[in-house]
Every structure is written in C-alpha cells, then in structure tokens.
Write a protein that binds this ligand. Structure first.
Ligand SMILES: [Zn+2]
Length: 76
C-alpha cells in the first residue's frame, strides 16, 4: 500500500486524499473514522498520482471510481 491514499468516507461518501494509516478526518462531514482497506480507492507513494486519481474520480463521479482507476492506469 502506498503512503498516500484516496479514501471514501463511510458516512457521507466524500472522497479525499490522506496520508493517514489509522483514522481519517472527513472534510465533507467532519467525522473521524477508522481507515479500512475497503475504503481505499487508490494508493501510491507519489502524491501526484493520488491527486491525479482523485481529480479523475471527481470528474467521473464517485460511483464510477473503478472506471476512473482503469482510465488512470492507462495514462502515460
Ligand atoms: Zn464524511
């Protein structure tokens, strides 16, 4: 697992980038929740890749994150 992660809040569904490994504070609803592997949509050691994924995720809509992951992996 990479250092930086795109995670999704289990309460409100807000997606954000975090470097946390245990608990994440949601910028959407303010809740602090425990990080679990199934809430990690994408991870990398490189913050640029993680931010790039989040950007595509927001463009595609959160329900389409798997497709966004595919698109991202095809980038040069
Ligand atoms: Zn939230």
């Amino acid at each position: 697992m990479g250092k930086y992660k795109v995670v999704k809040c289990p309460q409100c569904g807000f997606a954000e980038v975090t470097a946390a490994s245990k608990s994440v504070r949601c910028f959407g609803c303010g809740r602090i929740w425990q990080l679990k592997s199934e809430m990690i949509l994408f991870s990398s050691e490189e913050i640029e890749k993680v931010q790039g994924f989040l950007k595509k995720l927001k463009q595609c809509g959160e329900v389409e994150y798997r497709r966004a992951a595919e698109m991202f992996s095809k980038d040069p």
